[in-house]
Design a protein. Structure first.
Length: 269
């Protein structure tokens, strides 16, 4: 999984310390929760190490989560329970973007008979905040709240293109640029070149860089200040369309959906 760039949850050295505007105990609890981001099960020792906490402190926080029903223990292993999703979905469900986007992407998904999704950038990851599909042979495990790496996906490159160039470069340098397939671009300079093309053209298409047989295209969604706030993507399988055919057939509809969402979002704000 990609490395989280400048993640304040577990970088205790960047914490301001206890004050009337920062509760260190609460921050430590969030750090413990965040350690499970890339792991289904962790031991107490693992949690303490990943969260940069003493074992005794990590133990108290883990058992607090167990008592609240947000974690459970099996032998030496701890794991989060579905109740923990309440924290994330409280955020996701409050997003005006998601409320505006869902009916738009459902309409486009029905028209194209393909997967359509909305995402935002979170560190080096793309975070799904809305998704619609009619039928799909692609990565059915991806749902609202799922994460995929930004550097090798169409939505990710659109979102990275919306960052200042130095910030974009920092994300790329600090990302775990895994060779997912034989065509995955991992070189930072090549990625910067690809993202610059996205800035100039206003869209991205990525073919088989995250998963063989899969490709997608994405365009930005803009906020009131004119900046990129999210990306909308249409993805499919090479068995259903060629990249050239998909681009010609659905890019105008994808751009229209992005414009529709952007206009509603600006009006809502």
């Amino acid at each position: 999984m990609p490395v989280r760039v400048s993640d304040p949850w577990t970088d205790i050295s960047k914490w301001p310390g206890g004050s009337d505007t920062f509760v260190e105990a609460f921050a430590k609890g969030l750090a413990v929760i965040s350690t499970f981001g890339d792991h289904r099960k962790l031991t107490l020792t693992d949690v303490a190490r990943h969260a940069n906490l003493p074992r005794a402190g990590a133990r108290r926080l883990l058992y607090t989560l167990v008592t609240l029903g947000m974690a459970r223990q099996e032998g030496d292993d701890f794991m989060l329970t579905p109740r923990i999703l309440q924290l994330g979905f409280s955020y996701l469900s409050s997003l005006s973007l998601r409320e505006v986007a869902q009916p738009v992407i459902e309409t486009l998904s029905r028209k194209a008979d393909e997967v359509v999704a909305i995402s935002v950038l979170d560190g080096a990851d793309v975070l799904y905040i809305a998704r619609a599909e009619v039928t799909s042979v692609l990565r059915r495990g991806l749902t609202t709240g799922s994460r995929i790496p930004a550097f090798c996906t169409s939505m990710g490159r659109v979102l990275l293109a919306g960052l200042p160039k130095d910030e974009c470069s920092a994300v790329l340098v600090n990302s775990e640029r895994r060779q997912w397939t034989r065509t995955t671009v991992t070189d930072v300079r090549k990625l910067e070149h690809e993202i610059e093309k996205v800035r100039l053209e206003g869209w991205s298409m990525v073919v088989e860089e995250l998963e063989l047989g899969a490709f997608g295209m994405a365009v930005p969604i803009y906020g009131a200040n004119g900046g990129t706030v999210a990306a909308i993507n249409l993805s499919t399988n090479l068995a259903r369309h060629s990249p050239k055919a998909l681009l010609k057939k659905y890019m105008p509809a994808l751009k229209a959906a992005a414009d529709d969402i952007s206009q509603h979002l600006i009006a809502y704000q």
